[in-house]
Every structure is written in C-alpha cells, then in structure tokens.
Design a protein around this ligand. Structure first.
Ligand code: GLU
Length: 303
C-alpha cells in the first residue's frame, strides 16, 4: 500500500472572453496560494473552447496581466482549442460504452416538453435517450445520467448534493453547433493534467455534480473542490465584463491583490500596502487560512 501523499496539482482556467476582472483575479489568487501553500504545482489553462465567445487578443492580455501580478505557472499554458481530437476520442469511447446518445431536440422543444424546470433551466425530458425518433436528425450529443444522488465535500461550502437526473437530466457533451461542452473539456483536461485540487468561483458549484459523474465514467478520482464566494457588482449581480474593470486599477497590482485577499476573508498586514506583487503573494502563501474564506457573496464595491 502506498501511503505517500500525492503532490497537490492546482490550476487556473480563465475563459479568454475579456481581460482579467476582479472575480477572475480572486480565482487566480485562491487557486495559486492554495496550491503553493501545499508545495504543489499550479497549471494554467485557457478555456478557449467556446470559439464564438473568444475575444481575439484576450488570452495574451490575460497572460500578460497574470505575469504583472507575479503569478508563476508550471509548464506550458494548455489551450483547449488544441485538444479537439482528444475530446472527440473521449466522446467515441463514451459512445462505445452506451453512455452517449444523439439528440435531435431543439431548445424550444425541450422547453415545451420539459416536465419541470431543473436547477439550470429546463430539465432534459429524455426524448431521444432510447434512440432518435423517426425522421429526426442528430443535433447535440448527450450523456445518460443515472438516477442517484451525487455528493461531495466542498472546502468552503461543506457537504453539497445534487440529484443530477432531477436537477439537470442527460446533459450535452457536444453542442448542436459542434462545440465541445465546457463540462466535458474541463473534466478531460483536469484528468489528463493530473489536477487534484480545483479552486474556482461558486457559480460553478452547480456544475460540480456533473463533473464528478464524468470523473466516475472515466474511473478517475475527482479532484478536491474549493469554491470561492462570488464577487458581485453594484447591482448585486455576478461581477462580469458588463461591469467593466470594476475594482481593478490595472496600474495598481498591489492594491488589487490586497483587495482580493480581503475578499477571501484574509487579513493582509498593513505593512504590505504598496509592496511589490510578488511579496504580497509570498505573504499570502505563508499566511492564507482556508477556513476564513466566507461563503456569502460579497459586493466588490463594499470591501
Ligand atoms: N473557465 C471558467 C471561468 O472562467 C472556469 C472553469 C473552471 O475553473 O472549472 O469561469
């Protein structure tokens, strides 16, 4: 029996749909500090899979911003756009196991026939699960979801459970427009890269059961999940591009890092104010306390 503790492998996985905003800086800080605190690796992945949403130049500007903040990642940046063959191979493997099926339904049809709304919009009613009805053409590819509860212990939110079949239903792994779904790409990339610690925003808490189920399909141990509170804009909505660079003065990395640490419930010492970004990150690696991260969303303008 090998009792040696596995080295922690964390990651940060921004979507290049804009520049770094406060919410993504918080995820970068949390994932980086918790990986380094465990003397682990920190990988960087560009989630540029949803090609129509990718903003040209955004990936490079995010990389430049991360460097300016003093983050040091291990190895090369992984671009999801370079992995389509791998995703296709995995879909075929799932199909050979009878887990994947073609679905001919449009969004409108699903909306009209969904017996009850799921947690994230209309729950898939299972129309094409046993085969495409006559005359229908394949659009999306979906995975069959078993009837059962998926549970995990989140590092911040504690015990979380979701009955996937009731909340979501058979979900899409390849969309009707040919794009591989985020749920598939994120799991395959985390498995292939040996990621065993996922630190990210709480907006993805409700995707986690789907990802744990996919890990099980591949006989992989799911990573440890740590979801960070959401940063809200002044309108109490999740902070996004819509709010502009809210809270981020790109010329003052030190102030932004201190703000991100406070947001995560930490108490950066007053001496750190104006210190170089690298020094603030070093302080955070030495002093960050996981259990001080709050669960409640915080308005970034009220820190
Ligand atoms: N790309 C996602 C985002 O920017 C993060 C995905 C993840 O960490 O699993 O919100």
């Amino acid at each position: 029996m090998n009792l040696a503790k596995k080295k922690t492998v964390g990651r940060f996985a921004p979507s290049p749909t804009g520049t770094l905003h406060f919410g993504s800086l918080v995820a970068a800080v949390g994932s980086y500090v918790l990986a380094r605190q465990a003397a682990g690796k920190w990988l960087l992945r560009m989630e540029d899979i949803d090609t129509p949403r990718v903003v040209p130049g955004a990936a490079d500007s995010i990389l430049a911003e991360l460097e300016a903040y003093g983050f040091e990642w291990d190895g090369d940046v992984l671009y999801q756009s370079s992995r389509f063959e791998r995703y296709e191979e995995v879909l075929q493997w799932l199909r050979s196991r009878g887990l994947l099926f073609d679905c001919g339904c449009t969004r409108k049809e699903i909306l009209a026939s969904a017996p009850a709304p799921g947690e994230e919009g209309p729950r898939y009613p299972g129309t094409c699960r046993q085969g495409l009805p006559p005359g229908r053409h394949p659009r999306a590819q979906r995975i069959k979801v078993p009837d059962g509860l998926f549970c995990f212990i989140d590092g911040v939110f504690g015990a979380v459970e979701q009955h996937l079949a009731d909340a979501v239903g058979d979900f899409v792994l390849k969309r009707a427009d040919g794009i591989y779904a985020y749920q598939l790409a994120v799991v395959i990339d985390d498995i292939d890269c040996g990621v065993n610690q996922v630190v990210r925003g709480a907006d993805l808490l409700s995707s986690t059961a789907r990802q744990i189920y996919l890990h099980a399909c591949f006989d992989a141990v799911p990573p440890k999940y740590i979801h960070l509170p959401l940063a809200l804009g002044g309108d109490d909505e999740k902070l996004s591009k819509r709010h502009g660079d809210f809270g981020l003065d790109h010329n003052d990395q030190s102030a932004n890092l201190i703000q991100a640490l406070k947001f995560l419930g930490q108490n950066p010492v007053a001496d750190l104010s104006g210190a170089p970004a690298e020094e603030i990150l070093r302080w955070a690696i030495d002093n960050f306390v996981l259990k001080d991260i709050p669960q409640v969303p915080v308005r970034a303008d009220q820190l």
